[in-house]
Write a protein that binds this ligand. Structure first.
Ligand SMILES: Nc1ncnc2c1ncn2[C@@H]1O[C@H](COP(=O)(O)OP(=O)(O)OP(=O)(O)O)[C@@H](O)[C@H]1O
Ligand SMILES: [Mg+2]
Length: 469
């Protein structure tokens, strides 16, 4: 019976067929190993209070012929693994798999390192230990299981993780929140995420697009009206603000709200009451306002098309949704997620994207952000002839041919990343870095020269630079 150690570092081992002797040796070496073979099991493992920060992911055998391994593609265990925030993945591959550019690209984008199958225990163990050390540097992000379907907020890039932390913080307060971000970047999704994480989650979430309502109707749509308030008012109508009572009112494109409505909205933002058109009774409401716009609201205030006092009432808290082009490998996670959503609709034969399509996505500027990506993927599913979506199917520019990443290049990159993390973690102190990496100071010196890391002062946060002096 292996010894149980409650403090053992935990590790998630994702595989179609777990190697029993590897599991046994890892447990003997002090790891608490969680075996997962499906997205559901992965979710369960990550929900645990001491969720693993390190994972070993077998990409599967090559007979599958799939670009990313046997269980890859939309909704696969591979996709779920790579979309799990906080887990540092070590990929396990065969030498044949590594000959495929797509496999190398996948590992390069999403994994910290890789090891070969069949396993050499010492190599696996030391890769996992290194991943554990790096994981301990990263500030913890609570694991929130993604919602299903089109409500899921996909992303584990640093800007998205930072935004998810902000969402959790602002959800706890009742103060008005303003969400800024480029068109199609996910402002409404963010507003919903705040609502769902708040104490109002069981109340209504009412979203209104201020520029979609004709200016003459805005007042009655927002505040409601009494019977006979105007010629066509045949019966009483509850407005959107009142309908949001006990929940959240999301005012999208707030910058387009006509000035006369801004004055009425200001009254509600100040004292929390409304009056229906044609009535002088004030109705107190319990509504949290979240507003958003893709226009520069500060500029609208300067140009006097938006009231200064309303701006200050609405923008107490602020979240900036990062543009898609700054989210790195999230673009691929999103592309697979969207492929899963839309390909599912049509029982599609499409399994994934070609390596050059994936590269083209990283190079594109995405002015229309996630909505543009969704549209391109949707169109590509229709246009693609084969099992994999090509750059042309996405309507993107073919990326320049890239020199293939050799095994030596990949190792070199992993070595540099590991070295840099240790240097930053220890404020550049050679003794500590050498001890952590289990190498001599001479080897450390040689490695720093090779990777051009002799002087990293400019990369360090100020307090660490100070300690170095
Ligand atoms: N991180 C994400 N993960 C998954 N889907 C996303 C994400 N961000 C945005 N989407 C999807 O992209 C589409 C656009 O998102 P949303 O409507 O929230 O953007 P927006 O910023 O409000 O856009 P607009 O500026 O046009 O109002 C939606 O279908 C949404 O579900
Ligand atoms: Mg919107």
């Amino acid at each position: 019976m292996p010894k149980r150690n409650r403090d053992a570092p935990s590790l998630v081992y994702a595989s179609a067929a777990h190697d029993p002797s590897l599991c046994e040796r890892l447990r003997e070496a002090g790891w608490s190993v969680g075996l997962v073979g499906s997205a559901h099991e992965l979710e369960r493992a990550l929900r645990h209070a001491t969720a693993p920060s390190v994972g070993l992911l077998e990409l599967g055998d090559e007979q599958s012929g799939a670009q990313f391994g046997p269980q890859s593609g939309p909704g696969s265990i591979v996709e779920h693994c790579l979309n799990a925030p906080q887990v540092h993945w070590i990929a396990a591959v065969t030498t044949n798999q590594l000959r495929r550019a797509a496999t190398r690209e996948l590992i390069g984008c999403y994994c910290l390192d890789y090891v070969f199958l069949p396993y050499a225990f010492d190599v696996v163990e030391s890769a996992l230990r290194r991943a554990l050390r790096l994981a301990s540097l990263v500030r913890g992000v609570p694991y929130a299981p993604p919602l299903s379907g089109d409500q899921a907020m996909i992303g584990r890039s640093e800007p998205m993780l930072a935004m998810q932390r902000e969402i959790q913080k602002v959800a706890y307060t009742q103060a008005p929140l303003f969400i800024a971000g480029e068109s199609g970047s996910g402002k409404e999704l963010t507003a919903r995420a705040v609502h769902d994480a708040s104490s109002r989650a069981n109340g209504p979430f009412i979203a209104i697009n201020c520029c979609a309502i004709p200016p003459t109707l805005v007042q009655s749509e927002l505040f409601g009206h009494e019977r006979g308030a105007f010629t066509d008012a045949e019966r009483r109508k509850i407005g959107h603000i009142e309908a949001a009572n006990g929940g959240t009112l999301f005012l999208d494109e707030i910058g387009d709200l006509p000035l006369e409505c801004q004055a009425t909205l200001l009254r509600f933002a100040q004292d929390g009451t409304i009056q229906r058109l044609g009535s002088d009774v004030s109705i107190p409401l319990d509504v949290r306002i979240i507003s958003a716009t893709h226009v520069d609201l500060e500029a609208a205030v300067s140009g006097q098309s938006f009231r200064f006092d309303l701006y200050h009432r609405l923008c107490v808290l602020r979240i900036d949704v990062p543009p898609l082009r700054t989210r790195g490998a999230d673009i691929h996670l999103l592309a697979f997620h969207l492929l899963g959503l839309y390909a599912g609709e049509r029982k599609s034969r499409i399994h994934g994207f070609t390596p050059s399509a994936l590269r083209a996505m990283l190079l594109h500027d995405w002015p229309g952000n996630v909505r543009e990506l969704a549209n391109r993927v949707r169109r590509a599913i229709v246009m693609a002839d084969g099992a994999y979506i090509r750059t042309v199917d996405l309507g993107l520019v073919e990326p320049p041919a890239r020199r293939a990443l050799t095994l030596a290049d990949a190792r070199d990159e992993a070595e540099r990343n590991c070295l840099l993390s240790a240097l930053l973690a220890h404020g550049n102190r050679s003794n500590d870095v050498a001890e952590e990496l289990d190498i001599s100071r001479i080897t450390l010196y040689r490695l720093r020269m090779r990777h051009g890391l002799q002087d990293i002062a400019g990369l360090m946060p100020p307090d660490l630079s100070e300690r170095r002096k």
